[in-house]
Design a protein around this ligand. Structure first.
Ligand SMILES: CC(C)(COP(=O)(O)OP(=O)(O)OC[C@H]1O[C@@H](n2cnc3c(N)ncnc32)[C@H](O)[C@@H]1OP(=O)(O)O)[C@@H](O)C(=O)NCCC(=O)NCCS
Length: 224
């Protein structure tokens, strides 16, 4: 297990995630703001790519599991964009999310994203995390705003991999800097205490839920 939030476990992939991932990625409603739905083979290949990036870098997109039922609730994670053509603000690390429609409007996307911001800033030590979405994708932009990302003013861009004239081409970028994440005194104090005691006790880092001004999360990592 990598991360735990109030209702979710954000963990490594296993074979039981393949089928719900295929269903999610084949749903035109979920994929409405992407160029196309994914076939089962494309969905499985996507999971394989995530697994190999996690093996190489320690992070990518992870499956979300609901604690109370063990059910798949989508994917979320951090990853450097790797399109054939660069985005205007690269190099960067992107935070992203995708859930089956049955899991929308329950707060899971934002809950996972808050935990991943904590992981990115506190465990990976990132200075900045960005996110971006097709301008039409208001639901995803609302997640970005809900978790405290700020819009890059005047930096809307045309996605270089989407054809001119396609309504999905205009994109809006958001970002958060480490200083913003850690600006609240409780966050700094709790994180420091959690790391200090974990190192002394040689146990996982458990950061109390009240640590974060943007939401609740518990970060687990190897204290050594
Ligand atoms: C993007 C996506 C994950 C957002 O889903 P979402 O349900 O709107 O966002 P969250 O999971 O954060 O849930 C927030 C909603 O749950 C509601 N909610 C219900 N119970 C809640 C709870 N216990 N806690 C928090 N929020 C709760 C909130 O009021 C909010 O609803 P609203 O936006 O209608 O006001 C989802 O739309 C999706 O997977 N889209 C397809 C893939 C995609 O576009 N990905 C992004 C590409 S850039």
């Amino acid at each position: 297990m990598l991360l735990e939030s109030e209702r979710l476990i954000i963990r490594d992939w296993n074979d039981s995630d393949l089928r719900p991932s295929r269903n999610m990625n084949a749903d035109p409603h979920v994929m409405r703001y992407f160029p196309s739905v994914l076939s089962s083979a494309e969905s499985d290949a996507f999971v394989e790519r995530c697994k190999s990036k996690i093996g190489r870098d320690g992070f990518s997109l992870f499956p979300l599991e609901l604690k109370e039922s063990g059910k798949f609730k989508g994917t979320a994670g951090l990853s450097p964009p790797d399109y054939e053509k660069p985005l205007p603000f690269e190099p960067c690390v992107e935070i992203g999310w995708r859930s089956p429609v049955s899991s929308w409007r329950k707060g899971y996307g934002s809950e996972a994203a808050r935990a991943l911001l904590g992981f990115g800033f506190e465990t990976l030590g990132l200075d900045e995390i960005v996110s971006f979405t097709a301008t039409l994708n208001k639901r995803s932009a609302r997640v970005m705003e809900r978790i405290g990302l700020a819009r890059y003013h005047d930096s809307d861009f045309m996605h270089p991999m989407i054809a001119e004239g396609d309504s999905l081409r205009p994109h809006i970028p958001y970002r958060m800097q480490r200083a913003t994440w850690c600006q609240s005194a409780p966050c700094r104090i709790h994180v420091k205490q959690a790391y200090t005691s974990a190192i002394q006790e040689r146990s996982p880092v458990r950061i109390p839920s009240e640590s974060f001004s943007f939401g609740t999360s518990t970060i687990e990592s190897d204290a050594e």
